[in-house]
Design a protein around this ligand. Sequence first.
Ligand code: FAD
Length: 400
Amino acid sequence: MRASVHVYNDESDVDALTGALTVRRGAPALISSGARADTIVVGAGIHGASTAWHLAQRGVNVVQLDRFPDGHGQGSSHGHLRMIRRAYPNPIWDDLVDRAYLAWAELSAAAGAPLLTTVGGLYARPAADGTPGLRGPGCETVTAERAARIFPGLSLGAEFAAVYDPAAGVLDAAAAMRSLRELGLAHGVDRRTGVLVEGWEPDGEGVVVRTADGVLRADRLVIAAGPWTGSLVPALAGLLTPTRIVNVHVGASDPARVSAPALGPFSVEVPGVGLLYGLPAFGGAAVKIGLDHGPVDDLGPQTPVTADEAARLLALARRFLPAADGDVVDSVACRYTMAPRNRFAVGALPGTPQVLVAAACSGHGFKFGPAIGAALADLVLGKERADLDFLAPAALGAPE
Ligand SMILES: Cc1cc2nc3c(=O)[nH]c(=O)nc-3n(C[C@H](O)[C@H](O)[C@H](O)COP(=O)(O)OP(=O)(O)OC[C@H]3O[C@@H](n4cnc5c(N)ncnc54)[C@H](O)[C@@H]3O)c2cc1C
């Protein structure tokens, strides 16, 4: 054992020493570097990965941490497809929806592959329901009869009406997540998986991030922890509800009848059941469906879709998708993070401007990922984004 004398100049020296002494075998030498990041991003789902890429493109030194390995199925961003739509219940979302479409075009260009395929969408509910439904630029209300001509693959009873959104489309979610990972790495993101962030504290104008493997310091921290946001942002914990959501993929003897143009993204408000949503077969032979609600999730290890859960969805497919006449060929369990009024929390935390959050789910956050990543990069770099005030963390839970 060799002994030597060291002179400690500052905290990072102490970090380097303790790091050298505590690095777990095989664990990334987080702290031994003593490096101070410009920005630490917690989470590599669609919001964390988008933020890391946008920051790195602007020359920011980013360390990105995720507790699970790449491609894991424990959070909210896994799975093959997602839907994007212009039809939204409240015009307050319109500007962000516009930015979402632009951001997908930017990401597709950077990825060199079309990640968004526009095929139109139908959003149905009982015609007698007089409450305001979805609306948006270019959207129109159609009868069930007209809806059947638009999507012969969707069978709505005469008691339904629908909103047709010509700009709705299918997002290749799996390819988007791969591209964001690769683009982030190509721009120098220091991406570390298998690292559990246990907490953080303000450190002057910066922040200290505690992980199971040690401590890191940075000027800014972005928390994009999905269903686990409440554990890292106690102020939001009471407003965010992790929710189990399951999807099944149902086969079809004639895949063309459940693929675009015969079918596009859709949803149906089914009385007594809830909101059924679905995506057409896309590069395959099965249509994907799910219900927009589920039980509160305890965030334990994800469990497979049960036979009862699958049977319930299959029965709905039989009712609304006559051409989906096959079996359940695949299923996926996933998690929403529900917030009041299906809103998001995006921006700096009150009292700690160096710490920003993107709790942007409520079952509809994926489409906004690249745009929210760009917005968080703006905010980290001190650019005002008044357009996001309606999603300010302090506004979450506030009455309308
Ligand atoms: C079945 C399903 C269908 C959906 N369909 C649509 C759709 O069609 N259109 C749409 O727009 N949206 C849709 N959504 C919603 C959308 O997928 C989510 O809003 C979005 O993926 C949320 O991404 P995120 O980055 O916030 O969270 P996540 O993807 O969950 O990422 C959070 C990451 O943080 C990591 N993490 C958490 N805590 C820690 C910690 N302490 N230390 C280190 N790492 C940590 C996790 O490992 C995880 O990787 C759907 C969601 C589900 C579940």
